[in-house]
Design a protein around this ligand. Structure first.
Ligand code: ADP
Ligand code: MG
Length: 456
């Protein structure tokens, strides 16, 4: 014991102390102080140990997360390397099962027309339904995801209460994840996994991973579908174009040959020449449309305000509306964010307005043009009260050169090109029609993301 401590001063930890009760005796009071100091040291050590433990757990979590991020990177790579949908579904499911350490899984695609889910790929140790199997989208957990467009995490179905307990014998546990596959507000289907290999329930962390995989899947499905539809369009387009060019060309040649055979009377030769002139004019029309078409498909993606384009498309064809006594009712939402696609979108809206006026050729009727924001997209509707379309016409609507208009009026290239333009802009076009009543075209285009809009 130091002389300084016995007269009041510093304790063993260097803390100053004074005024020790002299009745306790100096030895006892010193031990009490020592105990207190040691206790506080112990507490401090315990606190540090707890903190270290916490840091160690966080570090383990973080290294786990880094590993998972690496794995997710691999999935993204595999997903974006898949060149067709079957390969894509296979790659996604294998990786999803691997990352989530699960035995069973499926990718289901949603078909809105029939409100059904179609199995694109399913895996599991027991019997799995074959690809192409259809199930009503109103049923079960996947049906719940279709209706609510939200992920479902079930730790134990027996305790969950939201869904009937499955007794198919296909699953070993009652825990599963089912997440929506959706992009830009377009719902594509459902990704589900069940039965963790260690038979423990899925965690919320697993759920986050499944959601991330489903997001990548949605982007890849959109890309492959767009690519396939562009290829289809090209194939159809080239074969139809050859056909469209050959007919007037053959006709013009035949009539020129007839004219050259000089034994025909003058008046008949004149008729032949007129017929070949018509054929050549049709060829010029086709070539002109092709020029416009390639310009609009290659148009630069400058940012535009949808409402400006809609107003311009209406003004451009005002004459037609007046001539036919058609009422125009715009209903354009204020303050819409910009979209990408300038000249291409203008071509889309012009064609829709022009088709609507043609459908109301008999005179009278109303053209309604509306725009509104829905989530991250802008939805435009062009409706008419015209002749409408039967299911046959609806089925061929986007096929190049499909037209019901007389020669010289319609080329049948408008809607196919609209779909091409919108596909390139990650948008879409849909039609609904009732024969004799009218038609509504709905165009959806993604908004320019906020940070980009600010940056530009
Ligand atoms: P085009 O206008 O040159 O005929 P489109 O591709 O624009 O080519 O349209 C293809 C066909 O789709 C039209 O000929 C018509 O039969 C049908 N159609 C398009 N829009 C409408 C509409 N609003 N109402 C009725 N039929 C339509
Ligand atoms: Mg048209």
């Amino acid at each position: 014991m130091s002389s300084e401590a016995s007269h009041g001063g510093r304790g063993p930890d260097g803390i100053l102390f004074n005024g020790i009760d002299s009745s306790l005796g100096k030895g006892a009071s010193w031990r009490a102080v020592e105990r207190r100091v040691l206790l506080s040291k112990l507490q401090d050590l315990e606190r540090r140990a707890r903190r270290l433990e916490y840091l160690e757990t966080r570090l383990r979590d973080l290294s786990h997360e880094v590993q998972l991020l690496n794995r997710l990177g691999e999935v993204t790579h595999a997903i974006h390397n898949a060149s067709d949908l079957p390969r894509l579904f296979n790659a996604v499911l294998q990786h999803a099962l691997d990352i989530l350490r699960a035995d069973c899984g499926s990718v289901l695609l949603y078909e809105s027309e029939s409100d059904e889910l179609v199995i694109a790929k399913a895996c599991g140790p027991n019997h799995v339904p074959p690809e192409g199997t259809r199930v009503p989208a109103s049923q079960g957990v996947a049906g719940h995801v279709v209706r609510h467009r939200q992920a479902v995490h079930v730790a134990d179905i027996a305790k969950d209460g939201r869904f009937p307990v499955r007794d198919s014998g296909r699953y070993a546990t009652g825990s599963f994840l089912s997440v929506p596959v959706q992009e830009n507000g377009t719902f594509l289907g459902v990704l589900s996994v069940a039965d963790r290999r260690d038979r423990s329930p899925f965690t919320t962390h697993d759920l986050r991973l499944a959601v991330a995989i489903a997001r990548e899947l949605a982007v890849a499905v959109g890309r492959i579908r767009q690519f396939e539809s562009a290829q289809d369009f090209q194939r159809q387009f080239v074969s139809k174009l050859a056909h469209e060019l050959r007919n007037p060309l053959d006709g013009a040649l035949r009539f020129i040959n007839l004219t050259l055979a000089d034994h025909h009377p003058e008046e008949r030769r004149r008729r032949y020449l007129m017929a070949s002139k018509q054929g050549l004019e049709r060829l010029t029309g086709i070539v002109n449309s092709l020029t416009g078409l390639s310009r609009s498909i290659r148009a630069a993606d400058e940012e535009v305000q949808v409402n400006d384009l809609l107003r311009q498309a209406i003004v451009l064809q005002e004459g037609k509306a007046e001539q036919r006594g058609i009422g125009v009712e715009p209903d354009l939402e204020d303050g819409l964010p910009p979209v990408q696609g300038g000249a291409g979108l203008f071509q889309v809206f012009t064609n829709l307005v022009s088709n609507a006026y043609d459908a109301m050729e008999a005179g009278g009727g109303t053209l309604r043009v509306s725009s509104r924001r829905e989530g991250d997209a802008i939805v435009v509707q062009v409706s008419d009260t015209g002749c409408g379309m039967d299911p046959e016409a609806m089925a061929r609507l986007f096929v190049p050169f499909f037209t019901t208009k007389p020669p010289g009026k319609g080329m049948g290239l408008g809607l196919g090109v609209c779909r091409e333009i919108l596909g390139r802009l990650h948008g879409r076009i849909e039609a609904a029609s009732t024969p004799g009543k009218g038609t509504t075209f709905t165009v959806t285009v993604p908004c320019v993301p906020a940070q980009e809009a600010v940056r530009l």
